[in-house]
Design a protein around this ligand. Sequence first.
Ligand SMILES: Cc1cc2nc3c(=O)[nH]c(=O)nc-3n(C[C@H](O)[C@H](O)[C@H](O)COP(=O)(O)OP(=O)(O)OC[C@H]3O[C@@H](n4cnc5c(N)ncnc54)[C@H](O)[C@@H]3O)c2cc1C
Length: 536
Amino acid sequence: MGTSFPNSKALFLFSLQVLFTASFSSPSAAFANETLSQCLISHSQASYPITSAIYTTANSSYPTVLQSYIRNLRFNTSDTPKPILILTALHESHVQAAIICARKLSVQMKIRSGGHDYEGISYVSISSPFFILDMLNFRSVEVDIEAETAWVQAGATLGEVYYGITAKSKVHGFPAGVCPTVGVGGHFSGGGYGNMMRKYGLSVDNIVDARIINVNGEILDRGSMGEDLFWAIRGGGGASFGVVLAYKINLVRVPETVTVFLVRRTSEQNVTEVVYKWEQVAPKLHEDLFIRLTMDVVNGTNAGEKTIRATFRALFLGDAQRLLSLMSISFPELGLRSSDCIEMSWVESTLYWTDFPIGTPVDALLSRTPQVLTHLKRKSDYGKKIIPKDGLELIWRRMIELERPMLTFNPYGGKMGEIPATNTPFPHRAGNLWKMQYATNWDEDGDEAAQHYIELTRKLYRYMTPFVSKNPREAFLNYRDLDLGINHNGDESYEEGKVYGVKYFKGNFNRLVEIKTKVDPGNFFRNEQSIPVLPR
Ligand SMILES: Cc1cc2nc3c(=O)[nH]c(=O)nc-3n(C[C@H](O)[C@H](O)[C@H](O)COP(=O)(O)OP(=O)(O)OC[C@H]3O[C@@H](n4cnc5c(N)ncnc54)[C@H](O)[C@@H]3O)c2cc1C
């Protein structure tokens, strides 16, 4: 079982048995003898047969269907709790049937689109029995270039979105994440940021309509769901409010030529000075320029010695000449040379940013298989003040001690500082210099290895306490971290939800709770970190 879920395996299996028995053999349950698949079949329309979309554990394809969207190998073990069924919905009526049957049979429903949740909560559950509503077949991308908009379904990947836009126009793009296999359903509903956020904000800042299915099985658009619910599903996490079918997005303008670079500096190359300067300038640079900074530990020049390495990876919405002149004024300390700069189209830059070799055909964006699949743990923080040089050097020493966790800084400023914190549930706007991500990847299977690497990540997070936001220590919903709290969705649900809720949403948490209480008072749409309803 995934180590982030605190219950022991034995306790989990025991409760699974108890709950399963309670749900399916309780004499009071109206549909006691009806299995989930029978229920789904009886609630689907003959014109849209559902049978071929149902994968029970007896189906030989069940393991493949389950595993094909597990993006964290930590949750792909024989001990990981398994769904009793996976429904790869083919039609909206199948989603409606899933909601009706899950409610009738008291089976927990997990919604999965791209499966990239860092804690696997779209396909693992601490409550049981559970099943997965898999949205992978809802993947159309309909671009209207005249109107500069697109309807994108929840199961589409970001790569499919970028590909769909570029097939229609070389001067349009969309500000979303840098990993093309991430799914729209989780990414957009959780806030979605990428390397154009300083110019255009987040994905959610560019969403103009949506289609969702609510707890009553009704299909709603922006007009019929109302502005409150429309606000909530743009950063508050879709899975607390309904099943997102699709979002309508405003496309943004990109130049025909953009420029990228990747420059590295180690301790032997004045890393502290350069990073210190990056801190001063990165959040204030021209909004066409985004320079991400990643710190990791590598071998030093002397045998057995470890050193810290800074990687500066940039996207500039313009040509190399303009970039060089901008850098020579704003950030000469990096020593950017024209040979470091590579001009390409915006869509090619999306491949570059995810480490595809230069020249990779653009249709690589359509691949749903991630380039790397590994065990991982992620945590997040926000920085609001410059870390002094001695602070940086302390961090380097701590990182060398821990060796494995990496630290990434994504600069804010630009548009991110202009959009009011209450415009969407995502509250981390003006006043933030950067968002940080702690990342540890490992190849070894097993619980012992997982505990070891997770603890290294937690240690770095603890060491960073003096340098990050406080009261609350803020976090990014899309960087799901169950260390921040777990909701057992019982009597303490509101109190439990508040613990992680204020970190993810700050003052917007209360509005999310009010909306949740209105649209889903029975807390059907719940998970380990969902928005709770107000206590009765
Ligand atoms: C390799 C990698 C790179 C990443 N890069 C970025 C990045 O650049 N920027 C960024 O912001 N984030 C990034 N993330 C985080 C990513 O945005 C989130 O994990 C996001 O939630 C993933 O969406 P998904 O649909 O793939 O995930 P899923 O695991 O399918 O879903 C995540 C959550 O959303 C819910 N959900 C999914 N679909 C729906 C739906 N249709 N309706 C309602 N609820 C739904 C799930 O139930 C779950 O709670 C990255 C993650 C990974 C693994």
